[in-house]
Design a protein around this ligand. Structure first.
Ligand SMILES: NC(=O)c1ccc[n+]([C@@H]2O[C@H](COP(=O)([O-])OP(=O)(O)OC[C@H]3O[C@@H](n4cnc5c(N)ncnc54)[C@H](OP(=O)(O)O)[C@@H]3O)[C@@H](O)[C@H]2O)c1
Length: 302
């Protein structure tokens, strides 16, 4: 089968599309024929910085159809359409087949095609864990969401609106009309805004841009800040009387099922920027690397 492999860190260019054996499954795994993969910044970052043990197959997010089921698997059957973010340490998504434990997958939302569905797992789970597990976001809260039109930001925006929060998105002017269409209440233009002049009345900040120096001061006392990149300064948090933390997402089937339900109910939509065939994985990672996607980018495998 075809797979996007890397043997040496240093550059996106180091990835190779190779023929490798189709995986076999253990009793607690399923074999998924991959139809599409979601691309996340970690996919290019890890080719450059080498986060994972080499060699490995790049990528975490899949959507596909179960082709075989291990003897200990009872909650899925051959033919089920699924999505998932694979075991973090092993990666392995950008391939024609993957073997995975069921604790990393959920049934595909019925109203999404495979490309749309592949966009969901990592970004949607990160936004979920940030807003609800870390920020304890509630109805009536005022939240600032960094990079609101990005892969993670768009899920965060939609969950926050579904919760009944007042949402302020940080974005460039080109995304203003689009963000209004997903009901963002107000927009801060990151290219021109003077953050020091913004009233400090936020209950929560969801930060994907390592902007804690700018955004922690916008919280009111008792507010909560979470970063999905750099660790915020504890001293700054104490000075403003807020909590501040950062975290790495984890793949969680139960949360993914809840997210799939919200998608099927129409509370959350998926936005795709660009789609690339597997053979153009380098171009796909290079595009993601530019850091200006509107929503998610996809690799079409089948
Ligand atoms: N901790 C975790 O578990 C976790 C999980 C997922 C992602 N992450 C990290 O979170 C970051 C964002 O991920 P993502 O998937 O959302 O990335 P993404 O889709 O590539 O983000 C693109 C968005 O960022 C916006 N942007 C670029 N520069 C900006 C700036 N200076 N200020 C505000 N917005 C800016 C872009 O807006 P314009 O087009 O208008 O410039 C675009 O809307 C990445 O560093 C990623 O590695 C961490």
């Amino acid at each position: 089968m075809k797979a996007v492999r890397i043997y040496e860190k240093g550059a996106i260019d180091n990835i190779k599309i190779e023929d490798i054996p189709k995986p076999t499954i253990t009793p607690n795994q399923v074999l998924v024929k991959v139809k599409a993969c979601g691309i996340n910044p970690v996919d290019w970052k890890s080719t450059i910085h080498g986060y994972f043990e080499m060699p490995y197959t790049v990528g975490t997010d899949i959507a596909g159809i179960i082709e075989a089921v291990g003897t200990d698997v009872h909650d899925y059957k051959v033919g089920d359409a699924v999505i998932g973010s694979l075991e973090w340490a092993k990666q392995g998504a950008f391939a024609e087949y993957v073997a995975t434990e069921t604790k990393y997958i959920a049934l595909k939302p019925k109203n999404l095609n495979f490309q749309e569905a592949a966009a969901v797992p990592l970004a949607a789970l990160t936004a979920w864990q940030g807003l609800f597990d870390k920020l304890s976001l509630k109805k009536g809260h005022k939240i600032l969401i960094q990079a609101a039109a990005g892969g993670v930001g768009l899920f965060a925006v939609q969950y926050a609106k579904w919760t009944g929060a007042f949402v302020v998105g940080v974005a460039s002017p080109k995304n203003e009309a689009f963000l209004k269409s997903v009901e963002v209440d107000a927009i801060i233009d990151y290219k021109t805004a003077d953050f020091s002049k913004i009233t400090a009345d936020f209950d929560a900040v969801f930060d994907s841009m390592a902007s804690s120096e700018l955004t922690i001061p916008l919280l009111k006392k008792g507010g909560n800040y979470v970063s999905i990149t750099a660790k915020p300064s504890e001293e700054l948090a104490q000075k403003h009387g807020v909590t501040a933390t950062n975290f790495l997402f984890h793949s969680d089937a139960e949360q993914l099922k809840t997210i799939a339900y919200l998608i099927e109910q129409g509370h959350v939509k998926v936005f795709i920027d660009k789609q690339f065939p597997l053979s153009e994985a380098k171009d796909a990672l290079a595009y993601q690397h530019q850091g200006h996607s509107k929503g998610k980018n996809i690799l079409i495998v089948d």
